[in-house]
Design a protein around this ligand. Structure first.
Ligand code: 13P
Length: 256
């Protein structure tokens, strides 16, 4: 089934970086220095405070906007939280859910990831659901077990239609911000196993549609090789997405 065509996606996760002015400048530079990206979906995920301004700047361009997180409730007494309603209202079309930094520092679990994924769909946002093992879990030979649980519990109870739309990002925790990228073979092995798992969960046809992005120290130099693998359908880029020329190079490697 390797003949199924999935449009590659390059998503930039800015994390807790860039003010409104810096975010606007970054996306303008990306857009002006690469006007016709070809067949690739490009997304940027600014901090909440910059979503509106970045989305307005990008209006009519090929670049879409994502939030980095949402709360699962729509509204109410949840001081300091932002729901899918507000992310959508500010101009986001996607939302990153269950990033390892949220799991590590903010107590997110597969159960909260599941609630957030459902909330995202409920508010018209496409979730980019992050999974990935830690160094210790890899050392202990638990990569597949960990990811199987994250996928099964994080995506429990979704409809076929929702599965057909969602995006998965495999981000080995040991490769995030460390400069230690998984090799293409290492990543492809996990991506292929995620796809096999999806086939078991929802059948071949829908599983083949789902894009599985790789994240973890992706840069302008290693992107092309990583993206050459059958089941690596794009990249979720952290540090390199803050550098316009590097991000443009990564977009180019996806559309080449
Ligand atoms: P780096 O590209 O900085 O390793 O970050 C990856 C990441 O966490 C993207 O979500």
């Amino acid at each position: 089934m390797s003949n199924v065509r999935r449009t590659p996606m390059i998503a930039g996760n800015w994390k807790m970086n860039l003010t409104i002015a810096a975010g606007i400048e970054l996306v303008k530079t990306i857009h002006y220095s690469h006007r016709h990206p070809g067949e690739v979906d490009v997304v940027v995920a600014p901090p909440f405070t910059a979503i509106r301004a970045v989305a307005d700047t990008l209006n009519g361009s090929y670049i879409s906007v994502a939030a980095q997180n949402i709360h699962w409730e729509a509204s109410g007494a949840f001081t300091g939280e932002i729901s899918g309603v507000f992310a959508k209202d500010a101009g986001a079309d996607y939302v990153i859910i269950g990033h390892s930094e949220r799991r590590q520092y903010f107590g997110e679990t597969n159960e909260t990831v599941n609630k957030k994924v459902k909330a995202a769909f409920g508010h018209g946002l496409v979730p980019i659901v992050c999974v990935g093992e830690t160094d210790a879990e890899r050392e202990a030979g638990r990569v597949h077990a960990v990811i199987k649980t994250q996928v099964e519990e994080g995506l429990a109870g979704l409809t076929q239609e929702q599965f057909g739309k969602l995006i998965i990002a495999y981000e080995p925790v040991w490769a995030i911000g460390t400069g230690k990228t998984a090799t293409g073979e290492q990543a492809e092995e996990v991506h292929a196993s995620i796809r096999e798992l999806l086939v078991k969960l929802i059948g071949q046809e829908v599983a083949q549609k789902i894009r599985i992005l790789y994240g973890g120290s992706v840069n302008a130099k290693n992107a092309k090789e990583l993206l050459s693998f059958t089941n690596i359908d794009g990249a979720l880029v952290g540090g390199a997405s803050l550098k316009p020329q590097d991000f443009v190079e990564i977009i180019k490697s996806a559309s080449a």
